[in-house]
Ligand binder design. Structure first.
Ligand SMILES: NC(=O)c1ccc[n+]([C@@H]2O[C@H](COP(=O)([O-])OP(=O)(O)OC[C@H]3O[C@@H](n4cnc5c(N)ncnc54)[C@H](OP(=O)(O)O)[C@@H]3O)[C@@H](O)[C@H]2O)c1
Length: 310
């Protein structure tokens, strides 16, 4: 009997119990159980959220893989007790949610919606926005989520540039990579979307120098991770007008502390890490497929490269 330990916050079990059982049964596996408690030596797989109580994996002698429920793995990737494959979450629900959140916030800034939403009653002041084709959006991070957002923005007509670690070729997207590539990518970016993972190499990707490399009055949208931005440099760029507005979903400390200047800054929109959420129905299918693959000796999907940190 395969034992699959669900190690996440207790309130997640209600959402995942039925979808996981359904999805694993649908792969043809019959002799399995999904549980929230088991003797460590019985555990074959761990379905994992990094904020669970399980932090020491050395107690599971027969563990075959850890199947992460989150896309971001920065808080688990360095765990030295892990000796088995670690897979991250790539979920169609996560992808769709991120596409919607990013497109919504890009359109807000592109169309200048705040002028009407926060506008003065009685003030009739037509301001015609450019067409999307005349608006450059840069996406930093061209992985699962960045590519999905780039494709949606392209379909709306935006001029899209992108930046990744390795060279990429995405039809319609002007792709850059490496350190010089970042400055080139930012040089035309009126709206920048950060969808990089949090690794030592991506910390402070937006800093005083790179913010200054963007056109004056640009917008920053960060649904990636808080440490991608040097907060002091962003606040200075906002105060100076170099950056017109920042929409931030993720922060170095979450929840964002009550006294953080972002809360009250007139040119900052704070959203509480809601850009996109793993969806139990579709995520369960990804997990079930990886268990099936592992049991039949096939390569696992979405393996984390632990040396690269994502
Ligand atoms: N706010 C939310 O609700 C939420 C939800 C889900 C995910 N996220 C965040 O979104 C991030 C991206 O997710 P994903 O699934 O798209 O990840 P992914 O598929 O691993 O893509 C990461 C992208 O970042 C690039 N990258 C990594 N290190 C880099 C570096 N040093 N320089 C330049 N580019 C670099 C990668 O380049 P290569 O293509 O060359 O590897 C890749 O294109 C996650 O790590 C997570 O932090 C946030």
């Amino acid at each position: 009997m395969l034992t699959i330990l669900f190690a996440a916050r207790p309130d997640r079990w209600d959402a995942y119990e039925a979808p996981l059982n359904r999805a694993i049964a649908a792969t043809g596996l019959t002799d399995f159980r999904v549980v929230t408690k088991a003797a460590p030596e019985e555990v074959d797989y761990i379905v994992y959220a990094p904020n669970s109580d399980v932090q020491d994996f050395s107690i599971f002698p027969n563990l075959k893989a850890i199947l992460n429920l989150w896309a971001g793995v920065e808080t688990i990737v360095g765990n030295s007790t892990i000796t088995v494959p670690l897979c991250r979450m790539v979920d169609t629900g996560l992808r769709e949610g991120m596409r919607e959140w990013v497109t919504g916030h890009v359109l807000r800034h592109h169309l200048g919606m705040d002028a009407q939403i926060k506008g003065t009653p009685g003030l009739w002041e037509p301001r015609i926005p450019p067409l999307a084709r005349n608006r450059a959006v840069a996406i930093l991070g061209l992985g699962e989520l960045g590519t999905a957002c780039a494709e949606t923005l392209l379909a709306l007509g935006f001029t899209v540039t992108g930046w990744s670690r390795s060279p990429k070729s995405i039809p319609g997207v002007n792709c850059f990579h490496g350190e010089d590539g970042l400055t080139e990518c930012l040089a035309t970016a009126e709206i920048v979307v950060l969808l990089l993972p949090n690794t030592p190499a991506t910390e402070n990707t937006l800093n005083a120098r790179t913010l200054a490399a963007m056109p004056r009055g640009a917008f920053v949208i960060n649904p990636g991770r808080g440490p991608l931005i040097d907060d002091d440099a962003l606040l200075a760029a906002l105060d100076d007008g170099q950056i017109a507005h920042a929409t931030l979903d993720v922060f170095r400390v979450e929840p964002l502390p009550a006294d953080h200047p972002y809360w009250h800054h007139p040119q900052v929109t704070v959203t509480p890490h809601i850009a996109s959420e793993t969806r139990p129905e579709t995520a369960a299918e990804v997990i079930a497929e990886n268990i099936r693959r592992s049991e039949s000796g096939e390569p696992l999907l979405h393996l984390v490269d632990r040396s690269a940190g994502y």
